[in-house]
Write a protein that binds this ligand. Structure first.
Ligand SMILES: Nc1ncnc2c1ncn2[C@@H]1O[C@H](COP(=O)(O)OP(=O)(O)OP(=O)(O)O)[C@@H](O)[C@H]1O
Ligand SMILES: [Mg+2]
Length: 367
């Protein structure tokens, strides 16, 4: 059936050139795509409220969470992303707004949950699909204060891409040579896989590969009948059946299972792929991300002029924080101080509390 999948719109928010995106050839504003989702959430919320006296009109305020830095952000572009989010919420009826960086929201949620017995200093590590966000909060008798925040574009999406690049692309012909006759001469060159790579790695645009310019060399190469030909048959099936999204979903699921199991299988019969991945192999593949993660932790400490011993509790939240190798980095730096906080709802709880207490814009002092 013809369809148009919307997925990860947040990733486009900080990009000026994406004011509108094409939907069946019709340009639509990003803001206009987000608004109906928010409207629906607001109506659902009303449906779950126990109080009979609250009407839809009463649900007109909220604290809006955002990454410290949007993917591909930077100060000016972050302002654009926030303006777009704000406009979408306004159209959806949430007109009284405050804003709060997501790692700070997680800290607020946690502090509310634990009640009176507060640690002196918390480091929050929110590691999600698109971004890694960190903050340090100092707690006092009377309140709490944000001492540093740091964020960067590292997350599960990038990890999925790394696995596809290192594990799957060689099975699709990356690194193979291409012998053929051109103008009566034998020519032997590397197959121009570079032309395909970025389009495979970004499944949103992979459909562009299904054009003669790309398929003709693949058809020729898979016709060679050698060892490598099988890989190009896979690439051909991936392109013509438009299976990049399925490939990424399979890799993402396998990665998630690896957080629990020591070994997983990625099985995609449509393109003749059935491969095993061990956790140690996976960890070697993502060594760059592990290094970047470690440096980000160092940076948020440095920015606050603190060392590991100054931190009493390390809160890890977000889906990617479930990957054992990242937890191990935290455990090594902060032995016996790492606590897991609701990976998928911690930030949202904190935002609700921030809204209730009127914390925000920007939250320096909490409570
Ligand atoms: N068990 C798991 N092991 C490893 N990764 C996981 C696991 N569960 C979820 N993930 C990954 O976590 C990411 C989603 O996490 P989360 O829901 O915290 O992100 P998000 O809040 O949507 O993104 P962001 O905060 O970056 O905007 C995805 O990349 C997903 O694959
Ligand atoms: Mg998140």
């Amino acid at each position: 059936m013809p369809g148009r999948l919307f997925y990860g719109i947040k990733r486009l928010l900080a990009d000026e050139s994406n004011e509108r995106i094409a939907v069946f050839g019709k340009p639509m504003r990003l803001v206009a795509l987000i608004t109906p989702i928010l409207e629906k959430m607001r109506r659902r919320l009303q449906g779950t409220l126990r109080s009979e006296s609250l009407s839809l009109e009463d649900i007109d305020h909220g604290c809006l969470g955002h990454p410290v830095e949007f993917e591909g952000g930077g100060t000016r572009r972050d302002a654009l992303a926030l303006a777009r989010v704000s406009e979408a919420y306004r159209h959806a009826g949430i007109v009284r707004q405050s804003f709060c960086p997501e790692p700070i929201a997680a800290a607020i949620g946690y502090l509310t949950e634990i009640g009176a017995d507060r640690p002196r200093r918390i480091l929050t590590v929110d590691f999600g699909g698109g971004t890694l966000d960190l903050c340090i909060v100092r707690c006092e008798e009377s309140g709490a204060e944000v001492e540093s925040v740091h964020g960067l574009g590292l997350g599960g999406n990038l990890i999925d891409q790394t696995v596809v690049r290192k594990l799957i692309l060689p099975m699709l012909g990356k690194g193979e040579r291409w012998r053929r006759r051109v103008d009566g001469r034998d020519v032997d060159t590397p197959f121009p896989f570079m032309k395909y790579e970025q389009l495979i790695l970004n499944w949103q645009v992979s459909y562009l590969l299904n054009q003669n310019e790309y398929t003709t060399p693949v058809i020729e190469r898979k016709g060679m009948g050698d060892e490598g030909a099988r890989k190009f048959e896979r690439l051909y099936q991936l392109i013509t059946q438009n299976l990049s999204f399925e490939l990424f979903q399979a890799v993402k699921k396998a990665k998630e299972r690896l957080s629990v199991d020591p070994i997983v299988r990625i099985d995609l019969p449509e393109i003749d792929i059935d491969v095993r991945l061990e956790r140690a192999e996976f960890e070697a593949m993502i060594s760059g991300a592990l290094e970047t993660f470690d440096q980000a932790v160092q940076k948020v400490l440095d920015d606050a002029g603190l060392g590991p011993s100054d931190v009493n509790v390390v809160l890890r939240t977000g889906g990617s924080a479930l990957i054992p190798a990242f937890t191990e980095i935290l455990e090594r730096r902060f032995p016996a101080k790492v606590v897991q906080y609701d990976p998928f709802t911690g930030v949202a709880s904190g935002l609700a509390v921030a809204d209730y207490h009127g914390i925000g814009n920007p939250p320096q002092r909490l409570f």
